[in-house]
Design a protein around this ligand. Structure first.
Ligand SMILES: [Zn+2]
Ligand SMILES: [Zn+2]
Length: 398
């Protein structure tokens, strides 16, 4: 078998000593790799996977290809049709599959930006321009940038929308990594404007409760603003209850194994803190993943009760952060039968709220009708109750 003979030759290869031979061999190996990629990109056209009731992507991955490589070969295989010059450079191993991919995607991007269907001659002209970047050694990212610039020209010449207003370019991509949501977005001017307007108010620096400068970095402030935006729908009202509804599923036999519908498993403490002041629907599942109990999202402090708590506590009862940055915490947890009433609610900022759910900080309702904080033993061995923040300042001033 000829291909396996080539593998044997590669296995036996010895890197030579003199620099010139090393350079020559490097070039040959890369050419071999590029030409191999080109042949792999052509496999889809054979239709062999479809005939076997599968897909070429699955076939490639079943034989050891990484998903990114498999999908790149598929894009190249489909995209090279009609791009004869690029196909020639690809077949001869002169261009890497990453460069070929950038040209293929670049041409498709420019064609999409044209308001009218592009003629074959114009398409070949776009290919020639992008290919010249690739041949002159520009990296794939630079080919992509050149394609965007060409796309803008084509849009302008054909009366298509400028990039700032082309909704077809919009993308929001994210994936869950390590239980976190990581992503990037690329949106038109209208969405961008709305995002700026919505985030601007909430991402402004605010003084710390002691009057010192905001300790958060701008990027942390924007993340907090996004959280606030999701909770209040972008309004600037200080007393509205969170509007974004979330769903959590809990196996009946493993109440600690709570799972968010998009993000997956979270600790019991996080699920409890979320359940404390979110429009959350909790779904209990039996062993067969069948919902056996659905609790309606009724646990929110809303309307007059929320306003009354804000008037009484004024700010986070633990650290003094502004009321608009605070959740309404159930002093006796909702899951333990705690009611959604003035007597069972108190304001806690997000950081302090998590601390109360995750650590030994406790909140109790005092005989005076105000919440009191009980520090953990490692903070105060006697665990002497502290008045709420707005009452603490009054005490100090008195
Ligand atoms: Zn706080
Ligand atoms: Zn809470």
């Amino acid at each position: 078998m000829r291909l396996l003979d080539m593998v044997d030759s590669l296995v036996d290869l010895v890197i030579p000593d003199d620099p010139e031979s090393v350079l020559g061999m490097t070039k040959d190996l890369i050419t071999l790799r590029n030409a191999t990629d080109h042949q792999l990109a052509a496999i889809d056209a054979s239709g062999v996977a479809r005939k076997a009731g599968s897909t070429t992507a699955k076939l490639l991955q079943a034989n050891g290809a990484a998903p990114a490589s498999a999908y790149r070969w598929l894009r190249i295989g489909a995209g090279l049709a009609g791009l004869d010059r690029t196909a020639g450079y690809s077949r001869d191993g002169y261009l890497s599959s990453e460069h070929v991919d950038a040209v293929v995607r670049g041409v498709a991007h420019v064609v999409d930006r044209s308001r009218d269907p592009m003629t074959d001659a114009d398409r070949v002209d776009v290919e020639r321009k992008l290919l010249s970047h690739a041949i002159s050694g520009a990296p794939p990212a630079a080919i992509g940038a050149a394609a965007r610039a060409l796309g803008n020209e084509v849009a302008r010449d054909t009366g298509g929308p400028p990039p700032a207003e082309d909704r077809s370019l919009n993308s929001v991509d994210y994936a869950v990594r390590d239980g976190r949501l990581v992503g990037k977005f690329d949106v038109d001017a209208v969405i961008g404007e709305k995002l700026f307007s919505a985030l601007d108010f909430w991402s402004r620096a605010r003084p710390e409760p002691d009057g010192s400068d905001d300790a958060r970095t701008p990027t942390q402030r924007r993340a907090d603003a996004l959280h606030q935006l999701l909770d209040c729908g972008g309004g600037q009202t200080l007393v509205s209850a969170p509007r974004t509804e979330v769903m959590v599923t809990v196996p009946a036999d493993h109440p600690e194994a709570a799972s968010l519908s998009w993000m997956g498993p979270v600790t019991e403490a996080t699920a409890a803190a979320l359940a404390c002041d979110s429009s959350i629907t909790s779904i209990t599942l039996d062993g067969q993943q069948v919902p056996i109990d659905v609790s309606p999202p009724k646990r929110l402090f809303t309307g007059l009760v929320r306003k009354a708590i804000i008037i009484r506590d004024a700010c986070c009862v633990k650290c003094g952060a502004h009321a608009s940055w605070s959740d309404c915490h159930h002093i006796k947890h909702f899951v333990d039968g705690g009611a959604t009433t003035l007597e069972n609610g108190c304001l806690l900022c997000r950081t302090c709220h998590m601390a109360v759910h995750n650590t030994d900080w406790d909140v109790i309702m005092g005989d005076d009708g105000h919440p009191w904080l009980i520090p953990p033993a490692d903070v105060d061995p006697l665990r002497k109750p502290l008045p709420a923040y707005n009452r603490r300042t009054l005490t100090l001033a008195a």
